[in-house]
Ligand binder design. Structure first.
Ligand SMILES: [Zn+2]
Length: 153
């Protein structure tokens, strides 16, 4: 086990989101609506040394397992993140936050004139046109979206 893993208390059941890009941890918390409101143990470690010159953020959440929408949000905000599922203190599953080909509903198009922002109640559909660079494009208005400024629905 790495030293960085030991810095925070182990959890019995839940999810450890590791390798979040430095500085994105709080954004991930917000996007996943993790606020501790249900009394679950949450541990957040920011700027954890990772490798020689790099840093990362880590989030441990007890009693939470990410739904597909959560995984998609995570893939957009922190593409290098890994999702570790813990059961009975053991790591039972480890996966990358990988981007799907399209992301429906969860983000808002940044174009105020887009039909998805009108009163028509049309849900957003965004095509992932570059998975490496995390580039999303609105299917309705074709705007290429800045992933750092996306708002959540
Ligand atoms: Zn649009």
């Amino acid at each position: 086990m790495q030293e960085s893993e030991l810095m925070v208390r182990r959890i019995k059941e839940g999810t450890v989101i590791d390798h979040i890009d430095e500085g994105k941890g709080l954004q991930v918390l917000g996007a996943l609506q993790i606020d501790g409101g249900d009394g679950s143990l949450i541990t957040i470690a920011l700027n954890v040394p990772s490798g020689k010159f790099k840093k990362k953020d880590i989030i441990k959440v007890e009693n939470k397992f990410l739904a597909d929408d959560d995984t998609n949000k995570l893939a957009v905000i922190a593409p290098k993140a890994t999702i570790n599922i813990i059961k009975n203190y053991k790591l039972v599953e480890k996966r990358r936050a990988s981007l799907p080909n399209e992301i429906d509903r969860i983000f808002r198009c940044s174009n105020p004139d887009c039909i998805t922002n009108s009163s028509e109640h049309i849900e957003s559909v965004m095509d992932v046109i570059d998975k490496e660079g995390t580039v999303l494009k609105c299917r309705y208005c074709s705007r290429v979206l800045d992933v750092n400024q996306l708002k959540y629905n």
